[in-house]
Design a protein around this ligand. Structure first.
Ligand code: DGJ
Length: 671
């Protein structure tokens, strides 16, 4: 890892592996701060030990990572160490349970050039009876803090990624999703620090697009132990004799520089996962919603080209039967009534304006009013004898089925092959409710959530390989499917349907603690905030979108010539800066509830500051006062940045003036 060490050892008894140290390189040079030097009266030794991963049988009280046993038999399993193998960047530890035949492989992989370690677990049934896996975390982690401050991202639709903190002096904190997606509620992400010190910070992020759980316990021996993993829909998963089961990967990160430093670790990791947004897009959803037709879309496309967009995305409403949210899903054929000269001709008209073409799909969704549902009612999740639940008037395909997987894959392949589509927005607006798969026998043998998530990822992998010039946007009714496995297979992800400026600022602030700017899809719209309806200038909204992958989602037909030319100026400025903004180190200055909030992007030769005035004007210069100053960090104190000295910028701060604008882009060249 770049500057982090994670050291694991086997105690003499070899019954489990222990964490010896996790922190800055060199931390391993001394006695382990994690080792339990006390006794464990009325407990077992493992309950007080900094175990890496332990079965319930071995660690009965403090929290086990694996709860497994043969069907109908005890849930307590034991194991003993079998073997280890390693390379320069990876480690595998194998444990075996002779009685049940359950083999457990713990995997570790360092992500070169980052402070991120990947961990996951493989479970193999080498015995002769099926084994019931009730809990099968990806990994457990011991963090050497006794009184923790936990940071997490909470939300709901239109209010995703709200950064919150909680102090945990004792007890357990748990977050998760049972929605078959990462969910609007919580992100599969957690940061842990000492409650009184924004210094050393440990972080966890799960790469899994299905249901999940993260819990943090303050253990009796005085560490904060974090367990991260899947949460199976059927409450357990069956592992048949001879079968293997791999958990998702959990990424574990360390920074000595607090939550802000941890964010930069996640950013550098996501640079390895995803290319990020490559083009300025226009998306017509907020302008036309379902009222899509060729003439109206072309009118928008002309203005989009005029302001400098590079890509035009037609959102929901382009296919047959889709005039509102009650029909059409599943029948992915362009509506001839909306595109009277043909969809291909419409796309060519868009491309003739110098724009690439993009399309919205919701491949897992089915409307009860659709041909697909009439032909394959058994393809949707349902319970026999019970009426299906509708969410947003729609049902959900059982994507774990091979025939459904093949249908979705061939539908998307077909669209991407028939039309010159360069951008696909994959949406998902309906979490699975009752799942069922009638007639399939023991529900625990199904792992429906796992099968659905794996096929979703498999299809994305296929699209990446078969259509490398198609960029993909991940979306789920806003930001319900933002997690590392999706990010690794897409270019950008959509954080929220709330595009109101001040609301969006808070959403992006939380998002950027866990994810990188280059993957953050961010549109300029006309929308008022849902939670803070104070209007903000066009400039404010553009500078806000520049903090991520800039797009436009407003009804630009109604923008005046002056607004269009102002917008063109911002788009041109963004194009000049985007490569830098998408690769520089980001520092957050303040929070969105401060009167001024800013993001500092630092590179070797340049610093760019995006700043927003979120509060009332302070009265200057009509009244006496001082200019707002933004204290930058991480600069060379002896170097000059624009017309300022580095020491000045880090102590006195960068002056910003809110006299005539409510947002600013300040570019400082280093000399
Ligand atoms: C939810 C998405 O988050 C929106 O951006 C839009 O694509 C709608 N779905 C379309 O139905």
């Amino acid at each position: 890892m770049a500057s982090t060490t994670y050291t694991v050892g086997l105690p003499e008894h070899r019954r489990w592996a222990e964490l010896l140290s996790w922190g800055p390189a060199g931390i391993e040079d001394g006695p382990s701060p994690l080792v339990n030097v006390g006794r464990t009266p009325y407990l077992t030794e493992a309950d007080g030990a900094p175990v890496e991963y332990a079965p319930f049988g071995l660690r009965p009280f403090s929290g086990a990572d694996l709860v497994a046993g043969p069907v109908g038999a005890a849930r307590e399993s034991w194991w003993s160490f079998d073997s280890a193998s390693s390379t320069d960047t990876s480690l595998r530890l194998t444990f075996g349970d002779e009685l049940t035949g359950l083999r457990t492989d713990l995997y570790y992989e360092v992500v070169a050039g980052t402070d991120v370690l990947l961990r996951w677990t493989e479970l193999t049934n080498t015995g002769s009876a099926p084994i019931r896996l009730e809990r099968f975390d990806s990994a457990g982690f011991c963090v050497p803090v006794e009184h923790a401050r936990l940071s997490f991202l909470i939300g709901r639709w239109a209010q995703e990624f709200q950064l919150r903190h909680v102090e945990l002096p004792a007890g357990r904190f748990e977050i998760g999703s049972r929605q078959g997606v990462a969910g609007h509620g919580y992100s599969p992400w957690l940061a842990v620090q000492d409650a009184f010190d924004d210094g050393p910070t440990w972080g966890f992020s799960l790469a899994w697009p299905g249901s999940w759980r993260i819990d943090a316990d303050i253990e009796l021996s005085g560490t904060c132990r974090v367990r991260v993993g899947r949460q199976p829909h059927e409450s357990a998963v069956l592992l048949e004799p001879g079968a293997s089961f791999e958990t998702p990967q959990v990424a574990a990160a360390y920074s000595a520089e607090g939550l802000g430093g941890l964010a930069r670790v996640w950013h550098s990791y996501e640079h390895k996962l995803s290319p990020g947004g490559r083009r300025v897009l226009y998306n017509s959803w907020e302008a036309t919603e379902f009222a899509v037709d060729a003439a109206g879309q072309l009118e928008l496309a002309k203005v989009a080209a005029e302001v400098g967009a590079e890509l035009f995305v037609v959102d929901d409403g382009w296919f047959v039967g889709r005039n509102d949210d009650t029909g059409g899903l599943g029948d992915w054929t362009p509506d001839p009534a909306k595109f009277p000269n043909g969809f291909g001709a419409f796309i060519e008209d868009v491309r003739a304006l110098g724009l690439e073409f993009g399309l919205w799909v919701e491949p897992e969704a089915v409307s009860p009013k659709s041909r697909l549902y009439a032909e394959h009612p058994d393809w949707v999740y349902h319970l026999d004898g019970r009426p299906p639940t509708l969410i947003r008037n729609q049902l959900l395909l059982d994507l774990g089925r091979e025939d459904v997987h093949d249908f979705v894959l061939s539908t998307l392949d077909g669209l991407l092959t028939e039309y010159p589509i360069r951008y696909l927005k994959w949406d998902m607006n309906r979490p699975p409710t009752e799942r069922g798969r009638p007639g399939a026998g023991d529900p625990e043998s199904l792992d429906l959530d796992g099968a659905h998530a794996r096929n979703y990822l498999r299809i994305l992998d296929h699209l990446r390989a078969a259509h490398p010039d198609v960029a993909i946007e991940g979306c789920a009714g806003g930001g319900a499917r933002v997690e590392l496995a999706t990010i690794a297979r897409t270019d950008v992800v959509w954080p929220s349907d709330n595009t109101g400026p001040l609301d969006r600022l808070a959403i992006q602030y939380g998002f950027l603690h866990a994810h990188a700017p280059h993957v953050m899809s961010s549109w300029v719209t006309d929308a008022a905030g849902l939670f803070d309806p104070r209007p903000r200038s066009l400039r404010f909204r553009f500078v806000l979108a520049m903090a991520g992958a800039l797009g436009i989602g407003a009804d630009i037909r109604s923008w005046t010539p002056t607004q269009r030319s102002e917008a063109a100026g911002y788009v041109a400025q963004y194009k000049e800066l985007r490569e830098f903004l998408h690769s520089a180190a980001v520092t957050m200055i303040g929070t969105p509830t401060d009167p001024t909030f800013a993001l500092q992007y630092t590179g070797p030769d340049q610093v760019v500051v995006l700043a927003w005035n979120t509060g009332p004007l302070d009265g200057t210069p009509a009244l006496s006062g001082r200019s707002t100053r933004l204290r930058l960090s991480g600069l060379d104190p002896a170097a000059r940045y624009g017309s300022y000295g580095g020491a000045h910028l880090m102590s006195a701060g960068l002056p910003v003036s809110w006299e005539s604008v409510d947002a600013d882009v300040i570019v400082l060249e280093r000399s």
